[in-house]
Design a protein around this ligand. Sequence first.
Ligand SMILES: NC(=O)c1ccc[n+]([C@@H]2O[C@H](COP(=O)([O-])OP(=O)(O)OC[C@H]3O[C@@H](n4cnc5c(N)ncnc54)[C@H](OP(=O)(O)O)[C@@H]3O)[C@@H](O)[C@H]2O)c1
Length: 371
Amino acid sequence: MHHASIVLFGVGGVGGALIRQIVQNRAHHATEYDLALPILAVCDRDGAVVTLDDAIDDATLLNIVDFKANKGRLANYSQGGPQHDLAAVIDIAARPHTIIVDCTATETTVPALLTALERGYRVVLANKKPLTIQQEVYDRLTRAGETADGHAPRQMTATRWETTCGAGLPVIATLNRLIASGDSVSRIAGAFSGTLGFVMTGLQQGRRFSEVVREAHQLGFTEPDPRDDLGGVDVARKALILARGLGWRIEMEQASITGLYPPEMTGLSVTAFLDALPSLDAHFQQMVDEAAAQGKVLRYVATVADGGCVVGPQTVDAASPLGQLRGADNLVEFHTRWYHPTPLVLQGRGAGVDATAAGVLSDIVELALSK
Ligand SMILES: NC(=O)c1ccc[n+]([C@@H]2O[C@H](COP(=O)([O-])OP(=O)(O)OC[C@H]3O[C@@H](n4cnc5c(N)ncnc54)[C@H](OP(=O)(O)O)[C@@H]3O)[C@@H](O)[C@H]2O)c1
């Protein structure tokens, strides 16, 4: 049987769902792939549970998931302890064929990820931040596994990051397949935020911007501070990952990002921001009306084209895939030499801890079965 052991950083929504799915799929992976995925270490921001045995047993793993869901700290867990250095956890726990899985939302994991790759381990990321800081870090994270002559076939490197863009939707895999075929990608346009999709659909239905944003906030569709969604930076990170996936050398500062609120609203408290939202209603009503007058609709779009990333509200043809999109789904159009004039389109749920964890698990299985 193949063994690919796991060291997991982050046991929040995605990390917890991943543990549950690994446990639930043990028989499936054994039967279909002759594969075992023992978990050797599980870390949160200042604690860890680490085993020197063959694996943390499944009952303990599921108990850790419950413990974390109840806001426990692994430093205080019965079999846990403090940890202040993820690279040290790797050195204690990892053994040949270990896969380090980053389900945190911080770039502070980068030194440990680079250490892991230097030691010959492999890496799966749900976390966008390590891939969207300096280009040089992206290169080191994604080109590990290349041969001495600098040769690194995309599918054979030591890192996978499918869920960083469109969660479980196979966006990166599709991009890699297009590139593998020699197709030339002229433009990628996508709606990568369920929250902003909800807002745009509401505007198209004739609702006021303030009303839709407040509803999204009340329903828990936005981050606690809705500006974290409305600012567009998370969408820009996804666009940057796609642009870099095309082989472009580009930094986050070069991305053009237009958020859905003006800079002068940055300093407000969350409550004051929500109270001030009606001041933006007329502006968005005008944008929606102008789009409609041209037979178009307003969408929050990330465009990767002509060497750059542009993120913000854009008018799109009402009949296009993006124009037809309603609600919180993600949608990506790949415009290429062979997918022209009709683009290759992926659409579906672009968030959610289970769909994301499933995408992470697919990355793990793919790496585990590759040489
Ligand atoms: N949720 C989705 O639908 C979705 C979709 C696609 C991608 N993602 C990405 O997946 C990642 C995880 O998302 P999530 O929703 O699971 O986030 P989350 O619930 O906030 O969980 C984050 C976890 O990371 C841990 N963590 C933070 N800093 C750490 C550090 N320095 N070392 C070790 N662990 C650390 C946290 O530990 P504590 O418990 O100690 O705070 C927590 O367990 C994010 O990067 C997110 O962007 C999420």
